[in-house]
Design a protein around this ligand. Structure first.
Ligand SMILES: *Cc1c(COP(=O)(O)O)cnc(C)c1O
Length: 522
């Protein structure tokens, strides 16, 4: 094996390894966790556990001059080294399998192992999307059944299964709405209305499709301002995009009136259904006047997401929008299930094939294992748990909307930090030192220094109590003026405070940096 061709030069001695820059121990390791370079920084291709025979012809002879001239840049690790590397890496971060993950809006609930087992059945896991449908009837039946339950739970007659995330679902919904307006020759509508508390993906979606985005104001109690909505609706508005329950964790009390006003103006009501977990089995969005809504299977129906998996964002549609749904979709004909690849009014295609099959299996397993009463209890317990958090923290933290119960997430602001010299960020970082992943911070944007806590229904009271006890202990430390504790946090994590703005604005996507620079890449 010509290791010279494939190896890479070692990291120069003078370069400090990023894993040791915060060392408080001699080697950078900490509490049973050794510091080590990232996998991209490991060289020694020869160390790989794979033994390939020497090629019979000279290397490159039959490659028509396309022989690699620079190192390939792959690390060489044996199996135990690889396993250890990734286990250590997983310990350097947080995961839903480690503890409560109270990210508001994100719905980080437990992913039942039964779902994982079902998704790994070879009949689902080993399929190829281009297999003849005669060999994939079971998988198509599952997509059809899942679609049936999504329609049943939402009270809407159609669903586009192919979008691959919530934001992708929003895009699908707005493209469907645009196609419906165009089909009736209504081409002058150029605006989408979005409340000021909306998730960033809503205005981004509307803008991406080419619509102007106009903000709807919020009332003092955190709901859509009806008067402002009425004033901004008109023949130029294609759709409104409203989240319900909204991103303040509150049910839109005037939802029926919002729908009525929207329809009276000839616009469609797109509902961001990311928070469907708060109402599943209790309320059908179709009954509220919603025309299109994406469902994050990875939130409401517990399929892994974030660092743990890809998600899926099916979009339920009203009868008026259904003809414009994207291809492909599954139907049942005389010869069994079929995949429809052409439909006259379909606006196009959201993905090459059927959608996220593995997520479909997990979501369907979750539905079946809960049953109708169980799904209703999901919503009830999610709301109960959030209100428990709201009640336990109410005395120490300040709330922008203290009146009445919340839905599935409890929202706090930063007024309780006034005069302490501390910010929401400081509190979040201190939580890491206490062994907890922080809540969602600074979202929704309409609330100053927002802290949005979503415990989900899968956390026990004991676990939620631990989180609340920890938060209350921090609040006491704030009162005692222990500023240093917060400003220096996190002290016990593998990394201290990162320059997150710089990381987002100028990400370094190629490792190692010096290699990339040598190759002239940026
Ligand atoms: C999560 C979320 C989205 C986006 O969903 P993705 O699957 O992450 O693309 C949109 N809106 C709200 C309110 C959300 O919480």
């Amino acid at each position: 094996m010509n290791t010279l061709m494939l190896g890479r030069p070692t990291r120069p001695e003078s370069q400090p390894s990023p894993t040791t820059e915060n060392a408080s121990s001699l080697t950078g390791g900490k509490g049973l966790l050794q510091a080590e370079p990232l996998i991209f920084e490991r060289d020694d291709y020869a160390g790989t556990g794979v033994d390939l025979p020497e090629p019979e012809s000279a290397i490159g002879e039959d490659l028509a001059g396309l022989l690699r001239t620079a190192p390939i840049g792959l690390p060489g690790l044996s199996e135990p080294e690889t396993v250890r590397h990734y286990v250590r890496l997983s310990q350097a971060n947080h995961a839903i399998d480690l503890a409560i993950y109270p990210l508001g809006s994100c719905t980080m609930k437990h992913n039942p192992r039964l779902n994982e087992k079902m998704a790994r059945l070879p009949g689902f896991a080993d399929l190829h999307p281009l297999q003849p449908t005669s060999t994939t009837q079971g998988a198509l039946a599952l997509i059809d059944r899942l679609a049936h339950w999504l329609k049943t739970l939402t009270g809407l007659p159609a669903v586009a299964m192919t979008p691959k995330a919530g934001a992708h679902g929003e895009l699908c919904g707005i493209l469907t709405i645009r196609a419906a307006h165009q089909a009736r020759g209504d081409v002058s509508r150029d605006t989408v209305l979005v409340p000021s508390s909306a998730h960033g993906t809503n205005p981004a979606t509307a803008a991406f499709v080419g619509y102007k985005v106009v903000e709807i104001a919020q009332t003092v109690d955190g709901r859509v301002d009806l008067a402002d909505l009425a004033a901004k609706l008109g023949p130029h508005v294609a759709a409104i995009m409203v989240t319900n329950p909204n991103t303040c964790g509150l049910f839109e009390r005037d939802i029926l009136e919002i729908a009525r006003l929207t329809h009276a103006a000839g616009a469609f009501f797109y509902c961001d259904g990311a928070n469907f977990n708060a109402i599943v089995g209790k309320v059908r969005p179709g009954d509220l006047g919603v025309d299109a809504m994406h469902i994050n299977l990875h939130k409401t129906f517990s399929t892994p997401h974030g660092g743990g998996g890809p998600g899926a964002g099916p979009v339920v549609l009203s009868a008026a929008l259904a003809p414009f749904a994207p291809i492909p979709y599954v139907t049942h004909g005389e010869t069994g299930f079929q995949v429809v690849e052409a439909a006259e009014q379909a606006f196009g295609r959201m993905s090459a094939f059927h959608g996220q099959m593995g997520m479909f299996v997990r979501a369907y397993a979750y539905m079946l294992s809960h049953g109708a009463d169980g799904l209703r209890q999901v919503a009830e317990d999610a709301v109960l748990n959030a209100n428990y958090v709201k009640a336990r923290l109410a005395g120490a933290l300040t709330q922008p909307f203290p009146e009445g119960p919340c839905m599935h997430e409890a929202l706090f602001d930063d007024r309780w930090l006034e005069g302490s010299g501390l910010s929401t960020l400081d509190i979040a970082k201190a939580m890491i030192d206490e062994g907890f992943h922080p809540m969602t911070m600074y979202f929704p944007l309409v609330v100053h220094g927002a802290m949005l806590i979503e415990p989900t229904e899968t956390e026990s009271r004991a676990e939620i109590d631990r989180f609340c006890d920890m938060t209350l202990a921090l609040a006491e430390a704030v009162k005692r003026g222990e500023t240093e504790r917060f400003q220096a946090a996190p002290q016990l994590a593998p990394r201290k405070r990162l320059d997150e703005t710089r990381a987002a604005r100028s990400p370094k996507l190629v490792f190692p940096v010096e290699d990339a620079q040598r190759r002239g890449a940026t």
